[in-house]
Design a protein. Structure first.
Length: 278
């Protein structure tokens, strides 16, 4: 397994100012040029997209690498945004030659006992062990799940989509099935629904309901868009409950349908398009 490249940005050079499952742009006289329009040669591609397609980072982050002088094409330092890469060009970042990869989108139904990391110095089982044979391209998880949390985890080498799905402003929703150590009272359910003040700020779920009408009320469904670490467990711990089991059953509209625990599948084209429209 290849080691994920650590992105480091040099200080930019100074330039002159020329610029439902669960209950005004600036006008320009010049036409826009697409990412792959053949203006500098056959099948040329914008440098920031080339970097994103190589799995390094998003296009926005790639722009910062370019402006900072961190990218070289054919041994020449590049700092100009909009630079195109032509077939045969050698693009280098951090001493490594980058290759534009086919974009992959893989959905895993994560089992318990695997940590979400690409490399573990303690040699514990990781989610990468479960998808290592899925494709030859380098893929990374979109967000993470705790070691003992099960459910949906998306993998991709699409840096732009990863940024979109993990950035709080996009409000990507996740639905969890929670089993508690004791019945959740109506007062506590309403308390969670109104919002809980945690050490890192207030968290208010989009929805919370009992999963069944059983008397003990230990099973709860909670929907939220926060990506904070251990957020579901911390919500219930704050009001005196212990989470026995936690399963993510929906992520960004994707479900576990026909996906057994521990198995993965490629996303369909329509699913990819929906994610990109979020």
């Amino acid at each position: 397994m290849k080691k994920k490249i650590k992105v480091s940005v040099k200080k930019p050079k100074e330039q002159k100012a020329t610029k439902k499952h669960f209950s005004g742009k600036k006008k320009s006289s010049q036409r826009e040029v697409s990412d792959t329009e053949e203006t500098t040669g056959p099948k040329s591609i914008r440098l920031n997209k080339f970097i994103a397609d190589a799995g390094i980072c998003s296009r926005r982050e790639a722009d910062k690498l370019i402006e900072g002088g961190n990218i070289r094409i054919n041994d020449k330092e590049i700092t100009e945004l909009g630079t195109k890469v032509n077939p045969g060009d050698k693009v280098v970042y951090n001493g490594e030659i980058l290759k534009s990869e086919k974009l992959r989108y893989i959905l895993l139904n994560k089992p318990k006992g695997f940590i979400t990391t690409s490399d573990d110095p303690q040699n514990r089982r990781t989610v990468m062990n479960l998808v290592e044979k899925a494709c030859k391209e380098r893929i990374y998880s979109v967000g993470r799940l705790d070691r003992n949390t099960t459910g949906l985890l998306l993998f991709t080498n699409d840096g732009d989509l990863t940024t979109k799905l993990t950035h709080p402003k996009h409000g990507v929703r996740k639905l969890y099935h929670v089993e508690l150590d004791k019945p959740l009272t109506k007062n506590d359910l309403l308390k969670v629904l109104e919002g809980i003040e945690l050490e890192d700020g207030k968290i208010k779920p989009d929805k919370i309901e009992w999963v069944t009408d059983e008397e003990n009320k230990k099973h709860v469904g909670i929907e939220l868009h926060s990506g904070k670490n251990r957020i579901v467990r911390r919500i219930f711990e704050h009001i005196g409950y212990e989470v026995i089991r936690l399963d993510r059953v929906i992520f960004a509209g994707l479900t576990k349908k026909d996906l057994p625990r521990g198995k993965w599948r490629f996303l369909e084209e329509k699913e990819i398009n929906i994610l990109k429209m979020l």
